[in-house]
Write a protein that binds this ligand. Structure first.
Ligand code: CP
Length: 312
């Protein structure tokens, strides 16, 4: 029931109903006995094509697929014929002919969309450049819904690298469906792109732009911290200007926020969340990463169901 959409490329492509349907499916899969899960993708082959480093997305897609009974086809760009000059499109055509589904991460915005236009098999976007990271967004929403009991009317703060942060871009797109109030906390150099703010304006979503998290902390239900992504800066000197600009720790959080505020982070972190917060009531970033398993299981099974329905 993702309405004929076999690919999951951008949160722009999913309605509120489709998002909630995926989250419900994830919750059902999470509760299933392991032996029943094994049947959901038995005999299928999932190709993972990661042109950029990843711990959580790659390994949780692979774990999720294996726990559903699928096998994994590991593509390693550095030891493939990409090194001999094979084009991206030809590479995708080959991998789709060996597998039932492709999970792809690529440094270029739009690469996952291009892969989906070439492949007849489902393509799931594991992050394309600074653009979108829909599986992360779905696990973020799953975590918020689990922790807060709702996605509606929440006050959500995003802090850190809002310019290059695809997890932020993706989640903001999705939250638009659920009447949030949003706080954007960043240095000017890493502000949210105008096209995303225009999108919020068009949708009538309330948002505030702040330079210091203390300005909004007391109002926030979900504090979504992000890493300043050194690897995305065209000019290393600009990174030096903003690195370490926000660090949250027990001292500057405890007693200054709502008791039930949760801190999320797509991870990896560098220094922006002090480890002394890990054992506080606020920390949810490791649970958030663990929620990637049922959510990615739901995405994969639903995409395959779309293919099977389409084949009939
Ligand atoms: N959150 C996230 O995308 O982590 P990885 O880069 O480790 O996959």
């Amino acid at each position: 029931m993702i309405n004929g959409k076999k690919d999951i490329i951008s949160m722009n492509d999913l309605s509120a109903e489709e998002i909630l349907f995926i989250l419900e499916k994830a919750a059902r899969i999470e509760k299933m006995p392991d032996r029943d899960k094994l049947l959901l993708m038995s005999g299928k082959i999932v190709a993972t094509m990661f042109y950029e480093p990843s711990t959580r997305t790659k390994l949780s897609f692979e774990t999720a697929a294996m726990r559903l009974g699928a096998n994994i086809l590991y593509f390693d760009a550095d030891h493939s014929s990409v090194k001999k000059g094979e084009s991206f499109s030809d590479t995708i055509k080959m991998i789709e002919s060996y597998s039932d589904m492709i999970v792809i991460r690529h440094p270029m915005d739009g690469a996952a969309r291009l892969a989906a236009s070439v492949s007849h098999k489902p393509v799931l976007n594991g992050g394309d450049g600074s653009n979108q990271h829909p599986s992360q967004t779905l696990l973020d929403l799953y975590t918020i819904q689990k922790e807060k009991g709702t996605l509606e009317n929440l006050h959500v703060a995003f802090a850190g690298d809002l310019k290059y942060g695809r997890t932020v871009h993706s989640l903001v797109k999705a939250l638009k469906h659920f009447n949030p109030t949003i706080y954007f906390i960043s240095p000017r150099l890493l502000a949210m792109p105008d096209y995303l703010l225009d999108d919020l304006d068009d949708a009538g979503i309330k948002y505030h732009v702040c330079e210091h998290f203390a300005d909004c902390l007391s109002a926030v239900d979900v504090f979504y911290m992000t890493r300043i992504q050194k690897e995305r800066f065209p000019d290393p000197e600009d990174y030096e200007k903003v690195k370490g600009v926000y660090v949250i720790n027990r001292d500057n959080i405890e007693g200054k926020c709502k008791n039930d505020m949760i801190i999320m982070h797509p991870l990896p972190r560098v220094d922006e969340i002090a480890t002394d917060l890990d054992t506080t009531r606020y920390a949810r970033y490791f649970e958030q990463a663990r929620n990637g398993i049922p959510v990615r299981q739901a995405m994969m099974t639903l995409s395959l169901e779309e293919v099977q329905t389409g084949d009939k």
